[in-house]
Design a protein around this ligand. Structure first.
Ligand code: NAD
Length: 456
């Protein structure tokens, strides 16, 4: 089956149809229409998968994809144009430009935590650039995977875009084929597997992975607002957000006040009986629920801690001063548990932050510009926000992606188009003159050759 799909996509790509920008735009418009007309059904599927609140489904899934579609439909014509660049004197006279061309067959493998957005947002870029696409959504969010498959089936011929549903074996069968580009979103562990498979065929990859995102709050931060924005960014999607602040490092002088404000906002957002709140999602899988529950064992809780097995419910929880070697601090938490660790001197931050690979996101709440600049230049991370959390993902003009352990490559908007395009460098020479200096037998004095650097 996988082989048939690959053959069909190869044949379709070779018809050159996707080289026509009007063709790409037409399909992106049809996709937009289909998503718009099914927006409620998509929200229902997300609710069926992990009780994702409708507000969050709209704000963080469908509307983000529609925004990406609008921006791309509007600009793909311009992005696809050859981009002229200044010529080099050595080639005088010449016309030089960068020409974008599609790679060919793109494989997109996505996770369960934002199952709609993380499947379709990269696809928009891949199609805008003129590729064909095979989507492999997560088996752990089956209702969303199903509706994605229905939408794709309705809008696209299967040789252009197709969805292959299934789990690890299906994913591995797909990875065994030769693709011209692989775009993977998921865990660092599986990212390594994908990278190895891609290496077999020298296939370029984008890896959108996870990480342990620090959130530093210093003594000058606007504490109430900081707490409000941290609670929002941490507990949206029940903490199953690759960009969520993973743990807080707070100056000891304001720790008590920050903790009080965090508690206050959790209650203000979700009420006193959070399990009944329509605005708080569930943990998607039993396995991950169990892991989260175990992470709480032996920890000192400042708030929350309730876990309900039948409902995969983990209450928003604040943990006081976990040890660096605790289960909670070993890797990415990926759930609604927020450790709070106090520091006294700035130098102490390093032992925590440098304990993990480069994170996907970094958050700093401080009004000291010097401190902001210091941390920004000291640490490498995918992207970040100063005095807020998560929101840097919402600007389509910013590339979204990780670095080091948190991934390779960035996408969204024009960055997606560029990511999924091979950039041909082109020089067109004129025939009316041919400067003879480069040809053998070489007659130019060596001291002149040493000045060539000014001509390239
Ligand atoms: P995962 O890596 O377990 O699964 C992702 C996809 O890979 C799924 O489609 C799955 O079927 C497939 N897969 C799983 N095991 C595989 C294997 N052995 N071989 C081939 N394919 C395999 O990730 P997940 O649990 O679905 O998602 C959570 C992780 O994703 C977290 O680490 C999170 O930080 C990360 N994430 C990153 C981003 C980002 O944009 N950087 C966004 C969301 C999630």
């Amino acid at each position: 089956m996988v082989k048939d799909i690959v053959t069909a996509q190869n044949a379709f790509f070779s018809t050159q149809k996707t080289k026509d920008v009007a063709f790409r735009k037409e399909y992106l418009k049809r996709l937009k229409q289909e998503i718009t007309s099914r927006e409620d059904a998509i929200c229902d599927a997300l609710y069926a998968d992990f009780k994702k609140p409708k507000f969050e489904s709209l704000a963080t899934e469908t509307q983000l994809v529609l925004a990406e579609l609008n921006h791309t439909i509007k600009n793909v014509g311009r992005w696809s144009q050859p981009e002229p660049v200044e010529s080099s004197w050595t080639n005088f006279p010449s016309k030089d430009w960068i020409q974008s061309e599609p790679y060919g067959k793109v494989l997109i493998i996505s996770p369960w935590n934002y199952p709609f957005m993380l499947t379709l947002a990269p696809m928009v870029g891949a199609l805008a650039a003129g590729n064909t696409v095979v989507l492999k959504p997560s088996e752990l969010s089956p209702n969303t995977s199903r509706i994605i498959a229905e939408i794709i089936q309705k809008v696209f011929p299967p040789e252009y875009v197709t969805v292959v549903e299934g789990g690890v074996e299906v994913s591995q069968a797909l990875l065994a084929e030769k693709w011209e580009y692989i775009f993977f979103t998921g865990s660092t562990r599986v990212g390594q597997i994908v990278y190895k498979s891609a290496a077999e065929h020298l296939t370029p990859v984008t890896l959108e992975l996870g990480g342990k995102n620090p959130c530093v709050v210093d003594e000058t931060a606007a504490l109430k607002l900081a707490a409000k924005r941290i609670v929002w960014g941490k507990f949206i999607n029940a903490g199953q957000t690759c960009l969520a602040p993973d743990y807080i490092l707070v100056h000891f002088s304001v720790k008590g006040k920050l903790a009080e404000e965090l508690k206050r906002y959790i209650t203000e957002f979700y009420g006193t009986d959070i399990q009944k709140s329509p605005d708080f999602a569930r943990i998607t899988t039993k396995k991950h629920y169990q892991e989260l529950k175990e992470m709480l064992e032996g920890e000192t809780l400042l708030f929350g801690g309730t876990c309900v097995d039948q409902d995969n419910y983990v209450e928003p929880t604040l943990v006081d001063e976990p040890k660096l070697n605790s289960a909670l601090m070993k890797g990415e938490i990926f759930g609604p548990i927020l450790p709070i660790i106090a520091y006294e001197k700035e130098e102490e931050l390093h032992q925590y932050i440098s304990n993990y690979g480069k994170p996907l996101a970094f958050y700093l709440f401080s009004t000291r510009k010097k401190f902001q600049n210091k941390l920004l230049s000291q640490y490498s991370f995918g992207g970040g926000t100063i005095n807020d959390t998560v929101v840097h993902i919402s600007n389509k003009r910013l590339p979204f992606g990780g670095v080091g352990a948190s991934g390779i490559g960035g996408y969204h908007g024009k960055h997606s188009f560029d990511l999924f395009s091979h950039k041909k460098s082109m020089v067109k020479r004129a025939n009316w003159v041919d400067v003879p200096l480069r040809y053998a037998p070489y007659k130019l004095p060596i001291r002149w050759v040493k000045r060539f650097k000014h001509l390239f």
